[in-house]
Write a new protein. Structure first.
Lengths: 254, 549
């Protein structure tokens, strides 16, 4: 049994995983599972731009993440380059726009004085306090802080438009090792994680997107159907090593 | 066993030169245990592929290493500048409330670096207290950046200056004031005599304390990670967390090991150089303390500022966040699990370290020689190694050769023993030195076996040392962060990891309660150690020759 927080981790060990039965995979949105049936998503995480509502409106925000390298965003952005989801997004960027464009984007962001944070929560807090105007995060961190601080909390999520890599939906997911000695129990566990009870738990407690139909989500969460996520197969985001190499070369991670 | 029964004193003496294999085997085993992780790490790093070496030789690696050295050097010099005047004031002058200042200025030792850093961020950070209280009314949107070099250097200086202070204070107590007076009679002013006579005499103590500070800074993970100053320890952690390829982390660790070994070498070299002997130690007590005159109040102000920034303000800020958290929704109940975790793991570590330290301390006191000398160096090197390096080495080793213990509590306890064997040995050695081998031999001559002698004679006589060793290891284990982070079994929490994860996400209210509890526990254990005999004035809380980290 292998349960990872992002498709990069799943992709890296996909060759060690056995095929999951149709009964498990069929219930899951095809966007959120491997095409070969090696793993299924358990919960969905949208990449979003969190912004300070006192300083910006939706209209001020660009359609594509690529525009954040423009001079008008200088010193106003935050990111968390050591975060796994951020790295998965960079992988998506490489897959969709090519190696060179991804490098230019990273360099452009660094030139624009993007502030590095330890994690997503720190970014959302920095945005809310006005330390930066906007940041690249997963969608659910905002909801945890809304829960704590009430809806007057001056930060909201913005989804980038028209299939931009910046609005890729990532999943945490699970697969069963082909060497597993206890396949039956592992299958039962995955079935349980995909059951309505578990999926509703994710939706209402961690504010993630359910990967099956018919689950109620948070009032302020943009429904999955309205997210203009890019048409990129999650299984193609396996090259975490290549992303790390790029991030190191640009000097974003040590 | 040839040396099994020794009835004659002559034979007993002979035996003391060598010792049986029963005595040496456990001691050597403990030494090997300390050496194992690092040797394996070195082998692993040297065997890494060409790509790892390429990464190691990048400009960026040099940058990280350079930052590490810069921080260590700055903190070392800074602590000397704080500590030398403080030491002189609390030992030689007529500073008002001298005793009180002597105690208060050692208290920063009870504050772990990540707690100190958390306080700095909570107070001076972008959403911090100062911004809320002072910034907003004045319409200041942004305070100067606290992250990076200035924040990290200042924090570490304020927390580690007691190392230099204690060392210099000890030297000042032992210094013969007649030397300084001789300087005065030869025409030096008071300041001139201090600068030309006393200061050179204090140099070995300053250097010894300074090198401890350098080791402390090189090893520090908590402060640099929370204050985002990318030194080797933090780079290693990020590398370990973010990638599958652990070769870079191993290679960076190698650089850190080299730095620690260099500092260790400098320390040995400085210890070997010049000893200064006074003809009549403490004679100055008769000659009376130096009157400060008009400098009295500036001197008190200096002490006050140091104590305020290193102890009082941090505690006040923690208290503020605690109250704020309690007024909000923070529940103290969530403290129970990490507190129990800390106590359990620190007790296990204390017991294990005492058991492992006794045979080493025994051969070092009873059979001094080259082999026990090497054992001493080896076990001390474990203490000098950064926790993150030892932890990483144990991850590598256990994953490959001892998988069942990977992510188990036993491996974590083993890491603590590697790191803290030296202080335990120091404490036990100090008390074993006071147990005459004659007493043990007498017990043997009346027919007691070796185990019986240990249980009925050695153990009761050396019990205070065992107790101190256990308390000392307990204290440093509770405060330890990086090894705990890397090696904790899934779901296992301690106060240290709770403070770190809450404050690295910016939840200061959540971090305040466990942080205060940690400081309190450290303070109590330190008070116990001081009460047991380490005098604050002369030795601080050092036992043997190894101080509290």
């Amino acid at each position: 049994m292998f349960y990872a927080q992002d498709p990069g981790g799943l992709g890296a060990v996909a060759h060690l995983l056995g095929e999951l039965p149709e009964s498990i995979t069929s219930g899951v949105d095809p966007r959120f599972r491997s095409a070969e049936g090696k793993w299924v998503g358990i919960s969905g995480r949208a990449r979003v731009v969190v912004y300070n509502t006192k300083k910006l409106g939706e209209a001020d925000l660009p359609a594509s993440v690529m525009e954040f390298t423009e001079p008008r965003w200088k010193g106003r952005m935050g990111w968390a380059p050591t975060n796994g989801s951020f790295q998965a997004f960079v992988t998506a960027l490489r897959v969709m726009k090519g190696e060179e464009a991804a490098r230019r984007w990273l360099e452009g962001m660094v030139r624009n004085g993007v502030k590095a944070y330890a994690n997503n929560t720190a970014i959302v807090q920095a945005v809310a306090s006005g330390e930066v105007d906007a940041g690249l995060v997963n969608h659910y961190y905002l909801f945890r802080l809304l829960e704590e601080n009430g809806e007057s909390y001056p930060a909201r999520n913005y989804y980038l438009k028209s299939g931009d890599p910046g609005s890729v939906i990532l999943v945490s997911g699970a697969g069963i090792l082909s060497t597993s000695k206890n396949v039956e129990a592992a299958q039962k566990f995955i079935e349980f994680m995909l059951s309505d009870v578990s999926q509703q738990y994710f939706a209402s407690r961690t504010y993630e997107y359910p990967v099956v139909q018919g689950i109620k989500t948070h009032r302020l969460l943009l429904p999955l159907a309205q997210v203009q996520s890019p048409n990129v197969e999650l299984a193609s985001l396996a090259d975490l090593e290549g992303t790390l190499k790029l991030l190191r070369e640009v000097g974003v991670v040590p | 066993m040839a040396s099994g029964v020794n009835l004659s004193p002559a034979k007993g003496l002979h035996r003391r030169k060598g010792g049986s294999s029963l005595v040496w085997a456990p001691a050597l085993l403990a030494g090997a245990a300390v050496l194992l992780p690092v040797v394996y790490l070195v082998i692993r790093a040297l065997g890494a592929g060409a790509e790892a070496w390429e990464l190691l030789l990048r400009w960026r690696t040099l940058e990280i290493a350079g930052r590490t050295v810069l921080l260590a050097a700055t903190v070392t010099v800074g602590t000397a500048l704080i500590a030398v005047p403080l030491a002189w004031l609390t030992v030689r002058s007529d500073l008002p409330l001298r005793r009180l200042w002597a105690v208060l200025t050692t208290l920063p030792l009870a504050i772990p670096s990540y707690v100190g850093a958390m306080v700095v961020v909570a107070a001076l950070g972008p959403r911090g207290l100062v911004q809320q209280i002072v910034g907003q009314p004045l319409g200041i949107e942004r305070l100067p950046e606290v992250y990076g070099f200035p924040g990290a250097a200042a924090t570490l200086m304020l927390l580690s200056f007691p190392y230099v202070l204690l060392s210099v204070r000890g030297a000042l107590w032992g210094l013969d004031p007649a030397l300084e007076e001789a300087g005065r009679t030869l025409g030096y002013s008071r300041w001139g005599a201090f600068r030309r006579v006393t200061l050179p005499l204090l140099r070995p103590a300053i250097v010894a304390g300074g090198l401890l500070v350098a080791l402390y800074t090189l090893s520090d993970f908590g402060a640099v990670s929370l204050l985002r100053y990318e030194t080797l320890t933090w780079a290693i952690y990020l590398q370990y967390e973010a990638t599958f390829d652990r070769a870079v982390a191993a290679a960076l660790s190698l650089i850190l090991i080299l730095m620690a070994v260099t500092v260790l070498g400098l320390e040995a070299w400085s210890k070997g150089r010049g000893h200064y002997y006074g003809s009549s130690a403490r004679a100055f007590l008769q000659s009376g303390p130096v009157p400060l005159g008009p400098w009295r109040w500036p001197a008190v102000a200096f002490c006050l500022v140091v104590v305020a920034f290193s102890v009082a303000l941090p505690l006040a800020i923690l208290g503020y966040w605690l109250v704020r958290g309690l007024a909000g929704s923070e529940a103290l109940v969530s403290l129970l699990r990490p507190a129990v975790g800390s106590v359990v793991v620190a007790s296990l570590a204390a017991a294990a370290a005492v058991v492992a330290a006794f045979p080493v301390a025994r051969v070092m006191t009873r059979f001094p020689g080259p082999l026990s000398g090497i054992l001493g160096v080896v076990t001390y090197s474990g203490f000098a190694l950064p926790g993150i390096v030892v932890a990483l080495a144990l991850v590598f080793f256990s994953v490959r050769f001892a998988y069942p213990v990977y992510q188990s509590l036993s491996l974590l306890v083993f890491a603590y023993v590697v790191l803290f064997l030296a202080p335990a040995i120091g404490a036990i050695k100090a008390s074993l030195l006071q147990v005459s081998p004659r007493v043990e031999e007498a017990a043997r001559t009346v027919g007691a076996g070796p185990w019986r002698v240990f249980a009925r004679v050695t153990l009761p006589l050396a019990a205070p040392g065992f107790l101190s060793a256990g308390a000392l290891v307990f204290l440093v284990t509770v405060k330890e962060l990086p090894a705990t982070l890397l090696l904790s079994p899934p779901g296992f929490k301690t106060l240290a990891t709770t403070v770190w994860s809450a404050s690295s996400a910016g939840f200061f209210a959540q971090a305040a309660a466990p942080a205060l509890l940690l400081v309190l526990a450290s303070g109590v254990v330190m008070a116990f150690l001081i009460a047991r005999g380490g005098k604050v004035s002369s030795q601080g809380v050092t036992r043997g020759d190894v101080p509290i980290r």
